[in-house]
Unconditional design. Structure first.
Length: 185
């Protein structure tokens, strides 16, 4: 048991992730000063005006850039860990990410040549960068899939599944997300 505790503490100190599963540091998200210092040390870039609320899971922090006045709400799961990209997720300035949003840069492979191989053993697809451009808003429980760019000042409706990039100044919603309105600039 002692070895397991020591091993777990070592993992918490070195892991490239933030979340409730890393209790050694997770408490820091509850206080602005400690959140800022912690996130600045974890992310590729983390602007001092950005904010990550407690309850988020973020994997691959060192490959994620977070701009000015970005807010990531509780329950969001952001998976940016990859061995192929230096910058896996770019979140530009003034982006709002609602509760429960999921962002992925890879997916499981499921098209192997041997149907007897379990999906868990097939690996992952090639990582593709996700970009959230300045001023966009991602509604609660939306899912952003690999390679997607959300345009400047665009809105993704709550619960949407975004499989393709959305241009600037649009409202998109649904499964799969489709443009339902253009926003006049």
């Amino acid at each position: 048991m002692i070895k397991e505790i020591i091993s777990r503490i070592k993992f918490w100190k070195t892991t490239d992730r933030i979340g409730p599963d890393v209790p050694w540091y997770y408490w820091k998200l509850f206080f602005r000063s400690t959140m800022l210092k912690y996130c600045t040390s974890k992310f590729l870039y983390f602007d001092p005006t950005a904010e990550i609320r407690p309850g988020c899971f973020i994997v691959g922090c060192s490959q994620i850039s977070i701009g000015k006045r970005v807010v990531i709400r509780p329950g969001s799961m952001i998976h940016g860990e990859t061995s192929t990209l230096k910058l896996s997720i770019l979140i530009e300035d003034d982006v709002l990410i609602g509760s429960g949003v999921h962002i992925y840069i890879e997916n499981h492979k499921f098209d192997g040549p041997d149907p007897s191989i379990s999906i868990i053993d097939m690996g992952h697809t090639q990582a593709k960068q996700v970009t959230l451009k300045k001023g966009c808003w991602i509604g609660a429980n939306a899912v952003i899939l690999p390679g997607v760019t959300i345009g400047k000042n665009s809105v993704i409706g709550a619960g949407s599944i975004v499989t393709k990039s959305i241009p600037d100044h649009c409202v998109a919603a649904g499964n799969p997300a489709k443009i339902i309105k253009r926003i006049i600039d």
